[in-house]
Design a protein around this ligand. Structure first.
Ligand code: FE2
Length: 648
């Protein structure tokens, strides 16, 4: 009988916890860290509550990612308990903590108030920085991760709850601590804090990302470290495998809180970005494999090295060889330990990442066309993103475009006045990743890769006729030699072409307002094969289209002269999905409400395969081929073809 009552009590508690846990879940699309009202934290350290993490020292064999066991004891567990992971470990609370036998003072600085955008005195105590990760304990139970919690539920019945949770940490240049809070995210009460743990070398050079350089025989390597240029000389050691390597110097960038535009990037989301280095590897031999590693020469003459990586040099522009390109937008990041409510914020992110890693030997270059991390002003998330994509970005050029979540901020020069960048106003995207442009805020550029030319636009700056960007787009499209580089691709973050997205449909425009108005002339005149977009989180492919009309009824095999551009929305990289509208248009040939990405395979100058793959299984769910010669395009050179006045 007693056992039966105990069991019933356990079930009720479990149901209550699951139910309350779910109520914390944002409706979708909200940066999980933004839900924490960290500045209002109150203090109720309990002498019998504790939180301990092990191992204490991470990365002893040079690892940059480690799993950590976190043991909790709580005499007064509550349904909305959560754990925050802080880095640096001594997050700021300037308050004397009365402990039964000792007096602690934890502080990360001498200032007695947090950095604030407004001249308003914050409440005490002060925790000035958001955690780098948050785990609502019942979310973990609900998502069936960290199941050690459930195993220990019987302790709850004795009002003395124990649990072991597992967290994955990456080397982010500082130590870590774990803190147990009650009161939910909106009214946090600090109950217990762990000792600090750290990586053996927190400053280690990490997370290389390759990009095409400004010249055809150049690859750039960008990475992050804790070494300033006064402390060590950054460099890349590289060369053909099994040959004597050479060294290339690197430039170093960083930025301060004041470089950013607003909160949370300048306030609770701020975190020291370390140093971002870029090295330019020049005079590459086309298609040859190279080895490289990142290094820092210390003042005592010793080196700190990263692990070794390999890449393949880009093909000579126009070169006839197998070339495989991945295109997607809006991937974001997620945590493999279930923290940050990964199952709700960017639910497809890890699947997309994992499919690309699986296929990495059959991929030559990646275009992530905007909405990169969805950090939204929480800077720690950029390290975590570069760690997540490292197996991809360290092996092939990882080219990015700028999206609203990178750039938009009021009065900062962005075309849209929204706050989607969380105060980053482009600084993070422009510093953490290299793109071959002079002024990185003007985020439009061309990229030649073998038989492809990509003209990447920046929808967060004005693209309309008469603007500097419009002139660039025309120059990019008009200057390519189609006999050498037949595959001409336009890409941008927001949908400047065609999309059946619910909201675009309601507007009746099926595009970003003013999107294709001026640009369709250029797509037509320069016979752009395909145009890609993100922003809308689903997949859609149009017919070859000009001025809202399909120029052919063919759906899967295009040959001969084509007078329209195929528009593709590939925004299902990872973020929560966007609904399609009710209207079915003639131009929309394939829609998919799921996460996925596009792979283009150019076999030669006249044969191209397009594939749309789902992130969940990597299988192809839509495809077509283009087989054509480009005499019709060549005849237009050098002034471009005259636009067709109406679809045929
Ligand atoms: Fe977007």
């Amino acid at each position: 009988m007693k056992m039966g009552l105990m069991l019933l009590k356990l079930i009720i508690v479990c149901l209550l916890w699951v139910n309350l846990g779910l109520s914390h879940r944002p409706l979708g699309g909200e940066q999980p860290l933004s839900n924490i009202n960290i500045l209002s934290t109150s203090l109720a350290l309990h002498p019998h509550a504790s939180i301990n993490a092990s191992p204490v020292l991470l990365g002893l064999k040079g690892e940059d990612t480690e799993w950590v066991d976190v043991k909790l004891w709580s005499p007064n567990p509550s349904s909305d308990d959560w754990i925050g992971v802080f880095s640096p470990a001594k997050f700021k609370y300037d308050l004397l903590l009365i402990w039964p036998y000792s007096l602690y003072r934890l502080a990360c600085g001498s200032s007695s108030s947090c950095y604030s955008e407004a001249d308003v005195k914050d409440q005490q105590p002060y925790i000035c920085s958001a955690p780098i990760k948050v785990l609502i304990i019942m979310e973990a139970v609900h998502a069936q991760v960290n199941l050690h919690v459930c195993k220990h539920h019987q302790f709850w019945l004795h009002q003395d709850w124990k649990a072991t949770l597992r967290f994955q940490l990456i080397n982010q240049r500082a130590d870590f601590s774990f803190a147990l809070f009650s009161g939910g995210l909106s009214n946090p009460t600090l109950v217990a804090v762990s000792h600090s743990i750290s990586f053996a070398n927190p400053k280690a050079p990490l997370y290389p990302r390759l990009a095409l350089g400004k010249s055809r025989d150049e690859i750039t390597v960008t990475w992050t470290s804790g070494y300033s240029i006064d402390e060590a000389v950054p460099l890349v050691e590289w060369g053909f495998p099994d040959s004597i390597p050479k060294q290339a110097p690197a430039g170093t960038l960083t930025f301060t809180r004041n470089t950013l535009c607003g909160a949370p990037a300048r306030t609770v989301g701020w975190r020291d970005p370390g140093f971002i280095h870029t090295s330019f590897l020049k005079d590459l031999w086309p298609n040859r494999p190279y080895m490289y590693r990142l290094g820092h020469l210390l003042s005592n003459g010793s080196y700190v090295w990263s692990k070794k990586y390999t890449f393949k040099a880009p093909p000579y522009p126009g070169q006839d060889s197998l070339q495989r390109v991945i295109v997607f937008g809006d991937m974001g990041k997620a945590e493999r330990d279930g923290s940050n409510e990964y199952s709700n914020y960017q639910p497809g992110s890890l699947n997309t990442t994992d499919q690309l890693i699986k296929d990495i030997n059959d991929i030559d270059i990646v275009f992530h066309i905007g909405d990169i991390t969805y950090a939204n002003g929480y800077l720690s998330q950029w390290d975590q993103f570069t760690s997540q994509v490292e197996p991809i970005a360290s092996a092939v050029p990882y080219m990015i475009a700028s999206g609203n979540h990178e750039r938009d901020w009021p009065n900062s020069g962005s075309f849209y006045d929204g706050v989607d960048s969380g105060g980053e106003c482009g600084v993070l995207a422009q510093t953490m990743f290299y793109v071959p442009i002079e002024n990185r805020d003007k985020f439009w550029y061309k990229a030649d890769y073998g038989m492809f030319r990509f003209c990447i636009a920046d929808t967060e700056h004005d693209w309309r006729e008469g603007t500097e960007q419009y002139k660039f787009i025309e120059h990019c499209l008009s200057t390519v030699d189609r006999q050498k580089q037949p595959w001409l691709i336009f890409a941008a973050h927001r949908v400047l072409g065609y999309s059946s997205d619910k909201w675009y449909g309601l507007e009746g425009s099926f595009e970003e307002p003013m999107g294709r108005e001026g640009l369709q002339k250029l797509w037509q005149r320069y016979k752009v094969d395909m145009a890609f977009y993100g922003h809308v989180h689903n997949y859609e492919r149009s017919c070859p289209i000009y001025q809202n009309q399909c120029v052919t009824s063919e759906k899967s095999y295009y040959s001969g002269t084509v007078n329209g551009t195929i528009h593709v929305v590939a925004g299902g990289g990872g973020s929560h999905l966007s609904e399609f509208g009710q209207l079915n248009t003639k131009w929309s040939l394939h829609k998919d409400f799921d996460h996925g990405f596009v792979k283009l395979t150019a076999f030669n100058h006249s044969s191209l395969l397009f594939e749309y793959k789902k992130s969940r299984d990597g299988n192809v769910y839509d495809s077509f081929t283009i087989s054509r010669d480009y005499r019709d395009v060549l005849a237009c050179i050098p002034d471009g073809c005259e636009p067709t006045t109406s679809a045929s």
